[in-house]
Design a protein around this ligand. Structure first.
Ligand code: ASP
Ligand code: MG
Length: 419
């Protein structure tokens, strides 16, 4: 039994969905569960629609709504034969109508709570999975559409919901495992779950990889395959490093470090569930199925090439005790208590005799919250608009690469971090 994840680019239009059907032909006899993201940039469009409605920009919001509707109906038009077409349109319209209702609701609300955000943006995945599953049925596949929100149970931390593993595992074992059989494809949505009282939640932007990992874990899958538009996991962003090379293998530890430090190829939360059950992760290319991709498993050899990773939207806070005392452990402890309270995420820590510097993901509201707490006992200097530049396996780096990295540091006030 395999779990596969198809991201937004792999289902970006009718032609891309046909390609997914083609890929799945290679796994005709296997028991498959596929997790699908919203088509192309639909999540961004839904988000935009919600924000326009929140800001009372009714006309613009409806314009955006119509675009989303037109786009999905247009893809149905292209993808389906007469006969089936009307049936699929009717299915799509049920969800489009719900989006419109939520939109009207937001226009009337005084506030825009995160629960409503989650409800509206979750429709991207609902729509894409209707199209994909109906298309697979058209291709003669035995296909079942399941609502991930009924299976993945989470806390009520909307927009970044935490999975309640015991409930989720029971649900998937009881309701999904018995359905898995050779030749059948189960289609479900990435990125969404629901609270114990049934409110839809999302697992954080780009969270569909994580959904794939949750299903692979709960089903004890043979492996998890994530289909990407690149050959596999490269050792740098090909837009910045055109000579980036593919890693054929990576250990789980290397993969988790790379994703934590900003390699956006897979969501950082993806690794832990599959690691804990030794489930291999295959990162494969949806435009070139024969390309071997990258394998992450317990059998993988550590990589022999360095990786260059850039994480944007960083800030550094340099924190000093007001009374010139040493930055000793008692004070560090105090600082980290406030960091924890503020919800700020720390990527890098450096201390000196009288200072502690933290490199953080810069979410301005959280940063200012932290700084104002710190100011009671410390002085705080903020350095903004930074990038964290990470080199993994720096010992394997050649001199030219090292020089490039240092140049990046000098040019743009970037941090250079060697791990
Ligand atoms: N569609 C969601 C997003 O764009 C989830 C995902 O693509 O993984 O954030
Ligand atoms: Mg997406």
């Amino acid at each position: 039994m395999r779990v596969m994840k198809f991201g937004g680019a792999s289902v970006k239009n009718a032609e891309a969905i046909r390609n997914v059907g083609q890929i799945l032909e290679n796994f005709r006899d296997e028991a498959l569960l596929i997790v699908v993201s919203a088509m192309d940039k639909t999540t961004n469009h839904l988000e935009n629609l919600a924000f326009l409605a929140r800001d009372g920009k009714k006309e613009a919001a409806f314009e955006q709504f119509k675009k989303i509707k037109r786009f999905h109906l247009g893809q149905v038009e292209e993808l389906f034969r007469n006969g089936h077409k009307e049936e699929v349109k009717a299915k799509v319209m049920i969800h489009i109508d719900t989006v419109e209702k939520i939109l009207n609701g937001i226009l009337q609300l005084e506030e825009f709570p995160p629960s409503v955000y989650d409800r509206i943006v979750s429709h991207g995945e609902v729509l894409s999975t209707v199209l994909v599953s109906e298309y697979l049925k058209d291709c003669g596949r035995d296909c079942i559409w399941l609502e991930a929100s009924k299976l993945i149970k989470t806390d009520a931390n909307f927009k970044q919901a935490g999975v309640i593993w015991s409930l989720t595992e029971d649900n998937i074992q009881e309701k999904v495992k018995p359905l898995m059989q050779g030749g059948r494809v189960i289609v479900t949505q990435g990125f969404i779950g629901s609270t114990t009282n049934g409110k839809v939640t999302t697992l954080g932007r780009e969270g569909s990889d994580y959904t794939g990992s949750i299903f692979a874990y709960c089903l004890d899958a043979e492996n998890l395959t994530v289909w990407k538009d690149v050959k596999g996991i490269l050792n740098g962003d090909p837009r910045i490093r055109p000579d980036a090379i593919k890693h054929n293998e990576l250990t789980y530890e290397e993969a988790v470090e790379m994703t934590f430090y900003g390699a956006s190829v897979i969501h950082p939360k993806t690794i832990k569930p599959i690691y804990s059950k030794d489930i291999p992760l295959l990162v494969k290319c949806f435009t070139d199925v024969n390309e071997s991709g990258t394998v992450i498993s317990t059998k993988s050899q550590p990589s022999q090439i360095p990786s260059y990773i850039i994480k944007k939207k960083q800030a550094v806070l340099t924190i000093k005790p007001k009374d010139f005392s040493f930055m000793e452990e008692r004070l560090m402890n105090h600082v980290f208590e406030m960091v924890y309270k503020s919800g700020v995420k720390v990527n890098l820590v450096q201390n000196s005799a009288i200072s502690l510097s933290l490199c953080i993901d810069d979410v301005p509201s959280r940063r200012s919250n932290l700084t104002s707490m710190l100011l009671d006992d410390f002085t705080v200097e903020e350095f903004l608009d930074l990038k964290l530049y990470t080199v993994l396996k720096y010992k394997l780096m050649n001199l030219k690469d090292a020089a490039d990295a240092l140049m990046v540091q000098q040019q743009g006030q970037n941090l250079f971090y060697v791990k």
